[in-house]
Design a protein around this ligand. Structure first.
Ligand SMILES: Cc1cc2nc3c(=O)[nH]c(=O)nc-3n(C[C@H](O)[C@H](O)[C@H](O)COP(=O)(O)OP(=O)(O)OC[C@H]3O[C@@H](n4cnc5c(N)ncnc54)[C@H](O)[C@@H]3O)c2cc1C
Length: 358
């Protein structure tokens, strides 16, 4: 970014929402000398999350995860991340099998207000830079950046966290019975587990996919206590670049989300960087990021259409293929490239885009 602020620095830039997107925009702007005020309606940063595990995927963006955090203004070394090189795939059609990679599929992080959570750790870095947080305060009507999270629901997540004595492990459960048009995951790290189902609502679904998933893992010997589950939703939209104007909607508020699997964290950060560039009058850089993000979103939309066409058996077949190759991450990365094949698909599929531009 330009090292000198392009606009008067004594007028603070106001940001609504101290999520990942809002904090990224804030730290970028502060580092080049702007005054920044972040309003967060919760009484603490991460307060709307539940201490669940989420994954920083390692295939949508070209940069490695540490490089990505550095580029977005954060010190990666201070974050609590756990690399995941393998996971077990489950379905009704095949015995569970392992998919593994020499490079990590994910860096797992915890979401919430606690010290070992990503939200808290990014907050500490923002505070060190001198960013002014107004915790427990709803943002005023007139703001510069809107990063208040999901507005529409394109997909749903239901999950629960529990304690366990099992060692670190990650499981993926596939099939319409467990996660229609989605997937169920069980992540166990350091004695804490997150079991969650990401799904799209389908008509006439008589049973609860999340309950079916719990039952599946219980039948395989996992002890899953009765607990209150948490629920959430994710929103996705494709942005008309001309509509990126004040208040700049970033993160899920702007529909910056991966439509295939719901990996929104890096997209949220990248959109935060775009807003910061725009507010710093680095319009060319902002546009470049937005174009890149839109391409990723277009491709994730194509992948979503292809994914929903697959039968359970075909889905499992793809997972088996991933288990047989030496670098499964290369296949996943390729699926997100804006290449000739995907550009053609985009022109074929874009009319089916069901969520209108934000
Ligand atoms: C259960 C679940 C699992 C997920 N798993 C993954 C995963 O494994 N990997 C991945 O990459 N992504 C995952 N995602 C998606 C990812 O978490 C989101 O895309 C990302 O956190 C979005 O960040 P954000 O900053 O846009 O919004 P949020 O994190 O939702 O932050 C918005 C903030 O704005 C605050 N706010 C709202 N309204 C106001 C207001 N009026 N005034 C002030 N503050 C306000 C809220 O309290 C909140 O703190 C998951 C999402 C969920 C729900």
């Amino acid at each position: 970014m330009n090292s000198t602020p392009a606009i008067q620095t004594n007028i603070p830039i106001t940001i609504a929402g101290a999520g990942i997107a809002g904090m990224t925009a804030a730290i970028q702007l502060k580092k080049v000398g702007h005054n920044v005020v972040v309003f967060e309606q919760q009484s603490n940063v991460g307060g709307s999350r539940h201490g669940d595990y989420e994954g920083l995927e390692n295939w949508i963006f070209d940069q490695s995860i540490p490089e990505f955090f550095t580029e977005h203004g954060f010190d990666y070394e201070t974050l609590t991340t756990i690399p995941i090189h393998k996971f077990t795939v489950h379905s009704e059609y095949k015995k569970p099998f392992l998919v593994q990679s020499s490079r990590p599929f994910f860096q797992m992080i915890k979401r919430g207000p606690d010290e070992d959570c990503l939200d808290h750790q990014l907050y500490v870095q923002c505070k060190k830079e001198g960013i002014d947080f107004r915790l427990g305060e709803k943002a005023p009507k007139s703001i510069d950046v809107d990063s208040t999270g999901s507005k529409k629901a394109a997909a749903y997540i239901k999950g629960l966290n529990f304690e366990t004595r099992l060692s670190n492990q990650v499981h993926l459960l596939l099939g319409k019975k467990f996660a229609p048009k989605g997937y169920t995951y069980l992540i166990i790290i350091n004695g804490r587990a997150t079991l969650a189902t990401a799904f799209k609502k389908v008509k006439n679904n008589k049973t609860d996919p999340f309950e079916n998933s719990i039952e599946y893992f219980r039948n395989r010997g996992f002890i899953i206590p009765e607990r209150n589950s948490f629920g959430s939703r994710g929103s996705f939209s494709i942005l008309d670049l001309k509509l990126f104007q004040r208040p700049f909607r970033i993160g899920e508020a702007g529909g910056f989300q991966d439509f295939l699997f719901g990996f929104g964290i890096r997209m949220a950060m990248h959109s935060g960087l775009a807003a910061a560039h725009q507010l710093n009058d680095d319009v060319y850089l902002a546009r470049r990021i937005l174009r890149n993000l839109n391409r990723k979103r277009n491709v994730s939309f194509i992948n979503r259409i292809l994914y929903e066409r697959l039968s359970d058996k075909q889905l499992v077949k793809i997972a088996v293929k991933l288990s047989h190759v030496s670098e499964p991450l290369d296949i996943l990365s390729q699926a997100y490239k804006w290449n000739f094949k995907n550009i053609l698909r985009w022109f074929r599929f874009k009319e089916r885009y069901e969520v209108r531009p934000a």
